[in-house]
Design a protein around this ligand. Structure first.
Ligand SMILES: [Zn+2]
Length: 466
């Protein structure tokens, strides 16, 4: 018995979630592709078709984030963004409407099959090497040196007075502290430090709110979209900067249509005037405040207020209000340079353009070519084989010999314990239902699973004794 979307019959009317035990309707990609509209979105995970049209509004990561994968195979994104897959799968069943026709490929659009297999093997190897486990000492020291710099800057002004030299020194120290806060809150936003997601979120709110004066939810809102669709216009907020700057394909499009809102032939010059100096001072501050007000993020607003209260109570006694404001602007401008150069070096050299519905691995490394991983290797079996080896619908790459993990030069990998017999991933849940707002724009922004930066290649004994 065929389903509503049986091959050859064209897309039929949607009948809602399938009943348990009932045969699954069969769909082709051409049918699924028609459901990538606002309010009508399907996607595919592990060859099963889900109707997320209504669920998107309740998605903890936000409707924009899940909507970016409309009419796509979202299997790898699903795995990358959720830590407790068994928990998240409970939410999938009511959305299930069918499965891919057996003759259909697992992915629609351009694919790099070898890269997909290698990527999954790499992830499997990284998990077995426990690269996703954080080192608490490292992050404790990271937070500790941030707090120490905040205290040191104030002590310099307190002990030496608000002269130009002590003030410049304090501004530099505060800028380093603020830049380090970006990194720490970034990892907390990815739920990469604590095993429990909630602890990551609370700590992120402290670092982002009390130590920086920004909204953690605002950051997650835009940053998760960035990781879901890096360098894709209108999906990755980090590259959606036209008409101020024209990046990648937008420069060609503006040229063909003769759009000229700014002297783009000089953007390589005015970039230095309004890019690095003003990103965090103007762009982020305005966007952040608007987000908190529109999305009613009152808790984040209170956290941010606590930062400004602390900062101005600390420095107004020495400088007065105008001087403290000047110090604040100086710190923001300095940290903004740090932030822009670090982040944009990862963006601008890569391809920037419109959605091409590439496979997950290709979309992450850009142009479909693997980036230079420091340490790679491991068994060339996909995660599907280990997690769901009995599912014949999922193609399992055959094992093939792979080189042992290697490190560059004289570096080596630390000794590993035996790989876990089953996939454990990162502990903690990746979904949060704490969102209290109704706007799709404001929902979600909770977690994603990314490697915890604790275990990397280390210098070999030979190199350290030289
Ligand atoms: Zn990130």
């Amino acid at each position: 018995m065929g389903g509503v979307g049986e091959p050859g019959r064209g897309p039929g009317p949607r009948e809602g979630p399938v009943q348990l035990g009932a045969p699954l309707p069969i769909y082709r990609w051409e049918q699924i592709r028609a459901h990538d509209l606002p309010g009508d979105k399907w996607l595919v995970i592990e060859r099963r078709v889900y109707d997320i049209s209504r669920w998107a509004q309740r998605h903890p990561g936000g409707s924009r984030l899940i909507g970016h994968h409309g009419a796509e195979d979202a299997t790898d994104a699903f795995r990358a963004f959720h830590q407790d897959l068994n928990f998240v799968r409970k939410f999938l069943q009511p959305l299930l409407i069918g499965e891919l026709a057996p003759e259909e490929p697992s992915q629609d659009g351009p694919q790099n099959v070898q890269l997909i297999e290698d990527f999954r093997a790499l992830r499997r190897a990284a998990e077995d090497m426990k690269l996703f486990e954080a080192d608490p000492t490292f992050f404790a020291l990271l937070l500790g040196h941030i707090l120490a710099m905040e205290v040191l800057a104030w002590l310099i002004i307190y002990l030496l007075g608000p002269g130009w030299v002590p003030s410049t020194l304090a501004a530099l120290i505060l800028a380093i502290s603020q830049a380090q806060c970006w990194c720490l809150q970034h990892d907390l936003g990815h739920a990469s430090i604590f095993r429990k997601s909630r602890w990551n979120h609370v700590a992120q709110q402290f670092v982002m709110g009390q130590l920086k004066g920004f909204s953690a939810h605002w950051w997650n809102f835009r940053h998760f979209q960035h990781h879901a669709k890096p360098n894709i216009f209108h999906k990755d907020p980090d590259v959606t900067v036209a008409p101020v700057f024209l990046l990648g394909e937008s420069s060609v499009e503006y040229g063909k249509k003769k759009r000229r809102y700014l002297p783009y032939n000089h953007q390589h010059l005015y970039f230095f005037l309004i890019g690095p100096p003003l990103l965090t001072l103007v762009n982020f501050e305005v966007e952040n405040l608007a987000y908190m007000l529109v999305c009613l993020q009152w808790t984040d607003l209170l956290w941010a207020a606590s930062f400004y209260s602390r900062f101005f109570l600390s420095y107004v006694p020495f400088y007065g209000v105008p001087g403290a404001l000047l110090l604040f602007v100086a710190v923001r401008v300095l940290e903004s340079h740090w932030f822009v150069w670090i982040t944009q070096m990862n963006h601008i050299p890569k391809e920037i353009g419109h959605e091409k519905h590439r496979d997950w691995a290709s979309s992450q490394v850009g142009r479909g070519t693997a980036g230079g991983a420091g340490c790679s290797g491991g068994p060339a079996r996909s995660q599907w084989a280990r997690r769901d080896g009995t599912d014949a619908r999922v193609r399992i790459p055959s094992p093939r010999p792979s080189p042992p993990p290697t490190c560059p030069g004289s570096w080596r990998l630390p000794a590993t314990s035996s790989p876990p017999s089953s996939m454990t991933g990162s502990a903690g849940t990746s979904t949060s239902r704490s969102s209290t707002t109704s706007s799709p724009l404001c929902q979600g922004t909770t977690t994603a699973g990314w490697p915890r930066w604790s275990r990397r290649c280390v210098p070999s004994m030979a190199s350290t004794t030289k």
